[in-house]
Design a protein around this ligand. Structure first.
Ligand SMILES: [Zn+2]
Length: 171
């Protein structure tokens, strides 16, 4: 396993739409292993492949609390089938937008279909943090970031701040 570098705002690759995975081969398994290592090392609770620069539709997640055993979950080609009218608000963060957090309102429940690493199809209903996290990560696969759900004013401010930091780092 190898930790990979996480793309940081305003890296344009974060805006790419990821491709569906046609075949779960050793390359995909290796990618998923690396994503877990990168996610646990960060540490974070969810990661989309595009965040390590690979535009494939796969997400890793682990919502276990610190004192609980690990609960690694993989979602290949996840797709939202249904979202509730009811909304829920969570304070979100993103490994690609470090140290910035804000409240985002999203559907409280979603129904999602996906494949596991064996290529078996699954359908789940999620709510609470799980539902929010799934929506956040599936957004990544479509080139959408959680700051896109904030007001334009807030979003512009964050993007500007990160663009400045990236410029400074490049100098
Ligand atoms: Zn994110």
């Amino acid at each position: 396993m190898a930790r990979r570098d996480i793309l940081i705002l305003p890296d344009k690759r974060l805006r790419q739409v990821s491709e569906p995975i046609k075949k779960i081969d050793t390359g995909i398994r290796k990618l998923v292993e690396d994503m877990f290592e990168t996610m646990y090392d960060a540490p974070g609770i969810g990661l989309a492949a595009i965040q390590v620069g690979t535009p494939k539709r796969v997400v890793t997640m682990d919502l276990a609390k610190k004192d609980e055993p690990k609960q690694p979950q993989v979602f290949v080609n996840p797709e939202i089938l249904w979202s509730s009218e009811e909304k829920a608000t969570y304070e979100e963060g993103c490994l690609s937008i470090p140290e910035f957090y804000d409240d985002v309102e999203r559907p409280a429940q979603v129904k999602v279909k996906y494949l596991d690493l064996e290529g078996e199809p699954h359908e789940i209903e999620a709510n609470g943090l799980f539902a929010t996290c799934l929506q956040h990560e599936i957004d990544h696969l479509n080139g959408v970031l959680f700051i896109d759900h904030l007001s334009k004013l807030k979003r512009d401010r964050v993007v500007k701040k990160f663009a400045k930091a990236a410029k400074r780092a490049a100098e």
